[in-house]
Design a protein around this ligand. Structure first.
Ligand SMILES: C=C(O[C@H]1C=CC=C(C(=O)O)[C@@H]1O)C(=O)O
Ligand SMILES: [Mg+2]
Length: 472
């Protein structure tokens, strides 16, 4: 319940913020935490549409450890710098240094939290497709709902308070909003947009690029490059972001589901790939590369899994990722543990080779410094990193934007999690761009790599309400 006492508490924290803003001659972030009964995350996301369309964020991890939904933005962190991770860290530290949080933080991802992501490659010229997404784009939501695995839930209200603010008015309107939020009921889906056309960039030139890359790799100019494709979906009406998120939740429970709105656009998806999770001094990462279809029967599925585990081409693709992540984390951690052999990670439409990694972080390694060191891993860039990135710039005709890049959250204590934004798309009113890529090595065959990208488009095609046969 949101009570009259809570309005008083909110008033008190705003007053403290105003005092501090006067003392320091600058606005101060105040963060008021309220324990609530769990609410439906999508109902809250939909509620945000009336007041805060364009600044909503959504995050849910496969273990359901943390569901985070933000509406509105109390603070927007945007950077166009090539040093976007350091820039973000510096700005975030400055925000956190003077913020007022009350009561004490009860759990990770409560209080002041940044949600958002980064572009794949800041050296690539920004195209109009991604005009709403800066190289780093993260927000501290005005209202943040945190749902923890153990059933606890919190509503954090964040606001920047200026010395000259009329806080009585601000507190009253926030209090009214809080009352509406805690009473939200279950989410109901809307009518889906019909999709009538899927536009594919030139299939032949993509296959040729794969052929060329594989030859260059065989000639030992480099070891691996991840090459992606874009599909443009045209629908008859505006695409419902909430419906898409709802389907991703139903169909991809073993993936991270995320959404980052910016103005009229929304980048969202369901990715199985963790980049880094940091809680206290423990960090977890994952190597995910090497793919095969799911079987139609249990037996076929098992056989395909076995085939993937023993396939030298896929093992090589995977090994390059493991070697790179291991060496990056060895620099950032005291202790790194990596299993000797990969296992299978199965999601609805595809199975992957998967190696989990765990480390104990050195005291001076922040989550963003680890993100910077890891991104892009050879699961999305290639190896060696710089020559692979140069090849991607040369061969891909579109800007990746947030596709393949780190998306996630971090809190004021340095905890956080970032996933690699694959199996994703950029929704733009009645259109969407979907992205999928695959790791090209010397043994790559263009036809089978093309088929692999098709498996990787399936989750988003289905989440948009289409079926594979509709457009194939
Ligand atoms: C680049 C993508 O997938 C990566 C992650 C897992 C498996 C991959 C592969 O087998 O090629 C890719 O490296 C994508 O889904 O767009
Ligand atoms: Mg592959």
């Amino acid at each position: 319940m949101v009570t009259i006492e809570m309005r008083e508490e909110l008033y008190q924290v705003f007053l403290q913020g105003k005092e501090r803003a006067k003392q320091l001659s600058k606005p101060i972030l105040v963060s008021k935490i309220t324990k609530i009964e769990p609410i439906d995350p999508l109902a809250f996301f939909l509620f945000g549409k009336q007041y805060f369309k364009g600044t909503r964020t959504f995050w849910a991890d496969p273990e359901q450890e943390m569901v985070l939904v933000g509406i509105g933005s109390a603070y927007t962190l945007k950077s166009y710098s090539n040093r976007r991770f350091q820039d973000a860290e510096r700005k975030w530290n400055a925000v956190v240094a003077n913020c007022i949080v009350t009561p004490d933080l009860p759990a990770p991802a409560v209080g002041p939290v940044l949600l958002g992501g980064f572009t794949f490659d800041p050296a690539r010229k920004q195209s109009s497709l991604w005009k709403n997404y800066a190289h780093s784009y993260l927000v501290v939501p005005k209202f943040l709902v945190t749902l923890a695995k153990d059933g606890q839930a919190w509503l954090t209200t964040n606001a920047y308070v200026h010395a000259s603010d009329d806080i009585t008015e601000a507190v009253e309107s926030i209090h009214q909003m809080q009352q509406q939020i805690v009473q939200l009921r279950a989410f109901e889906t809307d009518v889906d947009a019909q999709f009538y056309h899927v536009q594919e960039a030139d299939r032949e030139s993509w296959m040729q690029a794969v052929e060329q890359l594989a030859a260059e790799i065989r000639a030992q100019q480099l070891e691996k490059v991840v090459l992606a494709r874009e599909l443009r979906v045209h629908a008859a009406q505006y695409i419902s972001i909430e419906n898409v998120l709802h389907r991703l939740q139903e169909e991809q429970p073993l993936s991270y589901r995320f959404a980052i709105e910016s103005d009229q656009d929304c980048f969202l998806g369901a990715t199985p790939e963790r980049l880094i999770k940091k809680q206290g001094n423990v960090c977890l990462s994952a190597c995910l590369a090497g793919s095969i279809a799911r079987g139609k029967t249990l037996e076929e599925d098992r056989q395909l899994g076995e085939q993937l585990l023993s396939d030298p081409k896929n093992r090589h693709e995977h090994h390059l990722v493991v070697a790179m992540i291991r060496s990056a984390l060895e620099d950032m951690c005291e202790d790194v543990k990596v299993p000797e052999h990969p296992m299978l990670y199965r999601v609805r439409d595809i199975q992957h080779l998967y190696t989990p990694v765990v480390g104990i972080v050195k005291p001076d390694s922040s989550i963003l410094s680890i993100v910077e060191r890891l991104h892009p891993t050879p699961a999305l860039g290639g190896f060696p990193k710089e020559s692979a990135l140069a090849k991607i710039r040369e061969l891909e005709p579109f800007e990746r934007g947030f596709y393949g890049a780190p998306v996630g959250w971090l809190d004021s204590q340095g905890n956080g999690e970032f996933a690699v934004a694959i199996r994703s798309g950029l929704l733009q009113k009645d259109e969407a761009s979907l992205f999928a890529g695959c790791g090209i090595v010397g043994e790559s065959d263009p036809e089978s790599e093309y088929k692999e990208t098709e498996l990787k488009f399936k989750p988003m095609i289905s989440a948009l309400g289409g079926s594979w046969n509709d457009w194939k």
